[in-house]
Design a protein around this ligand. Sequence first.
Ligand code: ASP
Ligand code: MG
Length: 421
Amino acid sequence: MGIVVQKFGGTSLADSEKIKNVARAVIKEKENGNNVITIVSAMGHTTDFLIKLSEEVSNVPSAREMDMLLSTGEQVSASLLAMAIEEMGHPAISLNAWQVGIETEPEYSNARIIDIKTERLNKHLEEGKIIIITGFQGIANGDITTLGRGGSDTSAVAVAVAVKANRCDIYTDVEGVYTSDPRIVPNALPLKEISYEEMFELAHVGANVLHPRSVETAREFEMPMRVRSSFKLDNLGTLIIGVDKMEVTKPVTGVARDNSQVRVVICDVEDKPGNASKLFNLLAANNLSVDMIIQSYARSSNNTNDIAFTIASENLNRFKAHEEEIKSILNLSNIFIDENISKISIVGSGMIDRPGIAAGMFQSLAKAGINIKMIATSEIKISCLVDREDSEKAVVELCRHFELDGLEVAEVRGNLPSDVL
Ligand code: ASP
Ligand code: MG
């Protein structure tokens, strides 16, 4: 008997009726002749609610207590789902991370899984039970840890890898992965397949479909994943697999927008060896990670460069605390911060060795009168920074240019959920 691992997100488990609906979906997979392990997120917006509660009692809650608190949400949905499945006549058991043995690095709030014990899982599967596991949580040195927001996806893939499952299905309330965010591009197209690499890039640039680490783990162990709807069980959604197993036709697979960064421009940095190193060492020492980086061509008149980069908006205050230090080590007077920006990215395995893709992107932005503020590329991704007010137009134009939209407005896929797009 094969093993299928499933994961259900918070919007699919938001109330008792939805939990019963999930119970039916789980049983359906079991009745297909598979052993089933189901990973659950917390119900609806429970995690946000718990965070709010913590803010009401403490300005700086300890990371340990935060993980203790946030991990409770998943325990509620796991036990309720197990009850609902038993009520429908199938043996089920819920387990938390400690009961399974999901070990993580000893780090709170963003821990990485290092090992998953399979003894208890195999035993319950042999007993014919459906296993429900709390997503998002792990244990380290006798404490509860969590994997970071959206981390249940990663719990699911890691469990699938540990038990050598046939595949890992991520159920949500949209019908799969789309070429772009349907709230911006109403006629975005559903994708039948996408490669791990493309999904990984899209997950990183603001398409909040999946926790990026889940895709990273699936890619490493070649675990096939599906993103599919918990309300339309006949629709198989989007399959995420290795690019070698796909027939790549279009150069670009998806367009994403990321509104979570700010741009910093360090002006008039003297053009001499060591300055960039000083600057970025200081940022690194303060745990400020940088995304796009551009250094301008040195002007011969005063022999200085401008260095621009982007950081996460949530780190802006921490950056500002070091502004004076930066000015003093680089001996300069001006640092500009631009918060009103969006990063627009096109992603596609098909752009490798195909000329003209960047030109096509810049041309369609130019035609729409959109100014590009920064550009960065990787093998399968091109990102442009634009003014935030231009960002929706940019995404729409790029979908049109790269034929990623349909003629008709796509059927509404549930209530576009907060945890999905
Ligand atoms: N409940 C956690 C969150 O809201 C984990 C998850 O849903 O994957 O981020
Ligand atoms: Mg999610």
